[in-house]
Ligand binder design. Structure first.
Ligand code: SAH
Ligand code: SF4
Length: 454
């Protein structure tokens, strides 16, 4: 979501005449868009500000200058504290107010230190200007689109409800219009974003309320959009309509990120996740029934306060029973202001580290097994960019893995059938199956294999 927010900020800055540069030493303005979800992410901000201060001094030595801003969830959570700890900072603003960037910048340029952490009442997205043609083109083949923000669930470990605020769903018509604009500029794949994306309940063009499933059916009809994904979902909001959408919508990719955090019912209750492991198993079974080729990804927290060896064993058991194609796992990080931060029976760091290593070893094996199982299989890949080696193009499998193929660059932006020859540690290698002799500039030569499978 921070990537999407940064793009929208860059849209606004483009309208003000700013252009992106690749080096802070060349920048009149640097905005750090920050994450507060774990302590490590939040602490990085201060070391980064230190580096920017030096860049600013180098610029001042040659008569130029630089404004330094902190945006995002660290800004929201720490506000004024950031300026106290790092007086070099000129602007601090939270994720709900970046549509007011032109005003903030004008004030900062006039010498004011701007700190804005209120949750404004107006709809940020409606207030944002549409991105310029050039900026939309820069999104490439696959783009993010935020449809929902904030969270009302208050899991005991999590800062999101405090930094992103209450749950909000954008009206469906606004989302569809943005999707059309992206598709017109060459986007073929949309990833719908939300902290709780499947809690989406936006106003429909018919005045009624639309859920995520209804929105997905509509977006699947947008010309040019070949693939749809959404993230991140909460198990509690995986309703029947959404599961049916996985059966009915071929553009909806058979890959779902469904965080479970823990396999222990006791931990799930302490985390206030509002479901047990039974519900998770049930969802996985129903999703696999609706879409047999669906693969799952998840998030896990190890070492939540009070987690015993037996609780952790339940997590390992859940992972073995479900089988994940991919996953993110973290040591519990106490976040200021959250209920879990004051719970006792903290798990010692060494125990957390041991559990994380054990879990990650299992998840890595599952990921490798899933990839190896694709060797010899044929499916569509959406080509996104040129590869590291000359003559290579890189696309994504339906399950989000990078797929590397020797093929012409003209394939970027198209979906082509490939056959997997080898599963590497982070990507798949494949031969082209589609006949691409139709492509412009293609001489029908044999630098790649063009086979046709009946
Ligand atoms: N809305 C999503 C998750 C958003 S946060 C959901 O409900 O699943 C992304 C991930 O960061 C979480 O799934 C969790 O695994 C991790 N995370 C959040 N807070 C954390 C904390 N305090 N310590 C460690 N990991 C955390
Ligand atoms: Fe955080 Fe997700 Fe829980 Fe909301 S549902 S509080 S975003 S972990």
């Amino acid at each position: 979501m921070n990537v999407y927010d940064s793009q929208r900020m860059s849209d606004t800055l483009g309208r003000l005449g700013y252009m992106p540069v690749d080096d802070p030493d060349k920048a009149d303005l640097v905005l750090l868009n920050t994450c507060h979800i774990r302590e490590k992410a939040a602490e990085k901000v201060y070391s980064e500000i230190g580096r920017l201060k030096q860049a600013r001094e180098r610029r001042r030595a040659v008569g130029a200058d630089m404004l330094i801003g902190v945006a995002g969830c660290v800004a929201q959570a720490e506000g004024e504290e950031i300026v106290t700890r790092a007086p070099a900072v000129d602007l601090v603003f939270g994720p709900q107010s970046y549509h007011r960037l032109p005003d903030f910048l004008a004030r900062a340029q006039a010498g004011e230190t701007v700190v804005e952490t209120d949750f404004p009442v107006e709809d940020k997205f409606a207030a944002l200007e549409a991105p310029s043609e050039r900026n939309v083109r820069a999104r490439g083949v696959s783009a993010f689109l935020t449809i929902q923000e904030g969270c009302d669930k208050f899991c005991t470990f999590c800062v999101v409800p405090y930094t992103r605020g209450a749950e909000f769903s954008r009206p469906a018509a606004e989302i569809v219009a943005e999707a059309r604009r992206l598709a017109d500029a060459g986007v073929r794949e949309l990833t719908l974003l939300g902290q709780n994306v499947n809690a989406y309940h936006g106003e429909g063009p018919d005045g009624g309320e639309w859920g995520l499933a209804r929105l997905l059916y509509e977006l699947a009809e947008v010309d040019g959009i070949a693939r749809l994904r959404y993230t991140t979902s909460h198990p509690r909001d995986m309703d029947d309509d959404l599961i049916a959408a996985h059966r009915d919508i071929s553009a909806l990719m058979p890959y779902l990120h469904l965080p479970v955090q823990s396999g222990s019912d006791r931990m799930l209750a302490m985390m206030n996740r509002r479901h047990d492991r039974g519900l998770y198993f049930d969802l996985v079974a129903r999703l696999r029934d609706a879409r047999p080729d669906i693969a799952l990804s998840s998030d896990f927290i190890v070492g939540f306060p009070g987690e015993t060896d037996a609780d952790f064993a339940e997590t390992m058991d859940l992972v073995r029973q479900v089988g994940f194609a991919q996953a993110f796992s973290f040591k519990y990080s106490a976040r200021p202001g959250t209920p879990a931060a004051t719970m006792d029976r903290r798990v010692p760091e060494a125990v957390q580290a041991g559990r994380l290593a054990e879990l990650q070893a299992l998840l890595r094996t599952q990921q490798a097994d899933f990839a190896a199982g694709l060797e010899g299989r044929t499916f569509d890949v959406l080509f996104e960019k040129v590869g590291r080696q000359p003559g290579q193009v890189v696309g994504r499998s339906p399950w989000l893995q990078p797929v590397i193929v020797d093929a012409p660059e003209a394939l970027i932006g198209s979906l082509e059938s490939v056959r997997i020859t080898k599963a590497g540690s982070n990507s798949l290698f494949a031969d082209l199956v589609s006949d691409v002799s139709r492509l412009p500039g293609h001489d029908g030569g044999s630098s790649y294999r063009a086979e046709s499978f009946a």
